[in-house]
Design a protein around this ligand. Structure first.
Ligand SMILES: NC(=O)c1ccc[n+]([C@@H]2O[C@H](COP(=O)([O-])OP(=O)(O)OC[C@H]3O[C@@H](n4cnc5c(N)ncnc54)[C@H](OP(=O)(O)O)[C@@H]3O)[C@@H](O)[C@H]2O)c1
Length: 250
């Protein structure tokens, strides 16, 4: 293990790795020496990421899965354990955000956010936890949100899902930290320029206008926070990191 590659020998699963924060995190962990399993639904994007990581001298495997489907998730983890023998780091990053006034009463969007942002995290937790407990070590990182501390209008249900991630992370530290040597981190980004709102062009236009002339975060800014947490010494459990653009007034 070299100083520049502190994750050499480690195996990391990154969810939502086909875009944005997950893609940047996968690149960062691979550059730090980890073998990275990249997962999301769009396999063409996962394949191009793996090719890029291999091209940079890193190590990665693509495994397509829908985090809302427990059997998909279990297959990703089982194949990883079969091939690599371990899962050291899980980055629960896959997520969706549907912005709308609560009065629109869009139960389908609420359900979709619960399925991906909460159940997706629980599915991966369920699949990796037995392996981590057996080995007496592991690190579960989840990408929560500033909205998981402070809801904003139009994002009540999204915020609720991220409050859930924060509560779960807190509880996991209590139940898995001292008893099983497992570290837990909740990364809470403010506004990051990604594809998160690409399916909601009207909202995106409003946000773009509001942010005009101000600098948002880039996915790499969050990847750096994940890397900091997972490369901290084993006795250090970085519980939460809130990262906001300097220009973000909320
Ligand atoms: N951007 C921000 O300002 C911001 C702020 C705070 C927190 N976050 C959080 O950061 C995380 C990453 O978001 P991002 O901003 O990087 O957005 P993004 O560019 O839209 O990426 C979202 C990722 O989640 C994956 N995903 C969505 N639904 C999925 C499903 N059912 N199964 C598997 N993968 C799924 C997508 O892959 P596929 O479509 O290929 O499946 C994609 O890789 C999310 O949890 C988000 O809530 C973002």
């Amino acid at each position: 293990m070299s100083e520049s590659q502190p994750l050499t020998g480690k195996v990391a699963i990154v969810t939502g790795a086909s875009a944005g924060i997950g893609r940047a995190t996968a690149r960062a962990l691979a550059a730090a020496g980890a073998h990275v399993i990249v997962t999301a639904r769009r396999s063409d994007r996962l394949d191009s990421l793996v090719a890029e990581i291999h091209g940079s001298g890193g190590s990665a495997t693509a495994r397509a899965a829908d985090v809302a489907t427990l059997s998909d998730v279990q297959s990703v983890v089982d194949a990883t354990v079969d091939q690599s023998g371990r899962v050291d780091i899980l980055v629960n990053n896959a997520g969706i955000m549907k912005i709308a006034s609560i009065t629109e009463n869009d139960v389908d969007d609420w359900t979709a956010m619960v399925d991906v942002n909460i159940k997706g995290v629980l599915h991966f937790l369920s699949a990796v936890m037995p392996h981590m407990i057996e080995r007496g070590s592991g690190h579960i990182v989840s990408v929560g949100s500033l909205a998981g501390r402070r809801p904003f209008p139009g994002a009540s249900v999204y915020a609720a899902t991220k409050f859930a991630v924060r509560a779960l992370s807190w509880g996991l530290h209590l139940e898995l930290g001292s008893a099983h040597g497992i570290r837990v981190t909740d990364i809470q980004p403010g506004y990051v320029s990604t594809d998160l709102l690409s399916d909601q062009p009207d909202t995106l236009a409003v946000w773009d206008e509001a942010w005009s002339g101000r600098r948002t975060l880039q996915a790499e800014d969050i990847a750096r926070a994940v890397e900091f947490a997972v490369t901290s010494p084993d006795h250090v459990s970085v519980s939460e990191i809130l990262v906001r653009p300097t220009d973000q007034p909320t």
